[in-house]
Design a protein around this ligand. Structure first.
Ligand SMILES: NC(=O)c1ccc[n+]([C@@H]2O[C@H](COP(=O)([O-])OP(=O)(O)OC[C@H]3O[C@@H](n4cnc5c(N)ncnc54)[C@H](OP(=O)(O)O)[C@@H]3O)[C@@H](O)[C@H]2O)c1
Length: 315
């Protein structure tokens, strides 16, 4: 049996994204099968498509997408906490843009009760990344001053809100295009990077969360306090250089290598339901416009997230 999926046979541009027949996934122990409603797009998706992710992009054809929301249509043996009809969200390697997916029940959560499926699809990957940035790498504490570079993007919107919720004073770095809504993230200060350099100036920070990941410890250390932490999302060259750099400096460089942790996704859901975290959706598009959605994402101008509807769109 087959279903429809959006995938590519060759790495490269958006023109390689095609609707394809794809093997229908079979239910497994500890898993649930869902009817996909929407997927959220991430830079990881276009970097995979372009073949920029090293060994991860050796094989094909590849289904696009890494975030999803949908409704459970079958429950595997051993799954106790989910039932048919539950609306869930999650992230997954190896593609989400298909009519149906089989996903591990211990990696997903129900969607926040105050959001719809289209919005929920945009949450998992970026919110988990921001959570691990703020709580595992920077270990942000009450009273600290945190700067978030790229605060208007997918990861940045959650990183700023989570740092604020942890009790920090937050400086958001974005362009003039987004200065007007940074207060919605709880930002106390804003820097327009097209006018001012966030790596120089009078203010100093306990943590520098580089969600845009175009800087380095070396570039920001003049504004980091003693024992301050710089956190990037770009593994290379950080993973190679950081052990040496960190030996020689009281200021540390850390990198997030995202892990799919259900307990953190549950906490994110709780914070959204409590009104602590807001989800910012730049646009919702139908599957037939996925090329256009990627064009927006690849321009690096997205405000928050992009959601693509899959349900009833792949026929
Ligand atoms: N290591 C990991 O596990 C991991 C996990 C998730 C993401 N990532 C990586 O993290 C990066 C960010 O992901 P994302 O989803 O947040 O991206 P995104 O949503 O595409 O980011 C778009 C935002 O970046 C801002 N921006 C563009 N150029 C900027 C600059 N020079 N300085 C400051 N802000 C700038 C834009 O604001 P303006 O329009 O105002 O410029 C826009 O709002 C990507 O490279 C992604 O691959 C890594």
């Amino acid at each position: 049996m087959t279903m429809k999926a959006i995938a590519y046979k060759k790495h490269g541009g958006r023109e390689h994204l095609k609707m394809m027949d794809w093997p229908e996934p079979k239910i497994k122990r500890g898993h649930v099968k869902i009817q996909v409603h929407s997927i959220g797009l991430n830079p990881l998706d276009y970097r995979m498509r372009r073949g920029e992710m090293g060994p991860l992009t050796l094989f094909g054809p590849c289904m696009t997408g890494s975030d999803f929301s949908g409704t459970i249509i079958e429950v595997g043996q051993g799954v106790q906490n989910f039932s048919v009809g539950d609306e869930i969200m999650g992230k997954r390697m190896w593609g989400t843009a298909a009519e149906r997916l089989v996903v591990a029940a211990n990696k997903v959560t129900r969607i926040p009760s105050n959001l719809d499926l289209a919005t929920a699809a945009t949450i998992p990957l970026v919110a988990l990344t921001a959570y691990q940035m703020v709580h595992e790498q920077a270990k942000v504490q009450t009273g600290q001053h945190v700067i978030v570079n790229g605060a208007s993007g997918g990861v940045g919107t959650y990183a700023a809100q989570l740092a604020k919720h942890a009790g920090a004073t937050v400086t958001a770095v974005t362009s003039y295009r987004n200065m007007d809504w940074m207060s919605e993230l709880g930002a106390d200060h804003t820097i327009d990077y097209t006018k001012d350099n966030c790596c120089t100036g009078e203010a100093t920070y306990d943590a520098f969360l580089d969600c845009r990941s175009n800087l380095s410890l070396n570039k920001v250390k003049g504004v980091l306090r003693p024992k301050g932490v710089y956190v990037t999302l770009e593994p290379l060259p950080s993973l190679v250089k950081d052990p040496f750099v960190n030996l020689l400096s009281s200021k540390k460089s850390r990198v997030v290598l995202l892990q799919n942790k259900q307990n953190q996704l549950l906490e994110i859901k709780r914070l959204i339901e409590a009104g602590v975290l807001k989800t910012f959706v730049h646009a919702q598009l139908p599957a037939k416009e996925i090329g256009q959605a990627f064009e927006i994402l690849e321009s690096k101008r997205t405000r928050g997230k992009l959601s693509v509807k899959i349900l009833d769109e792949l026929g």
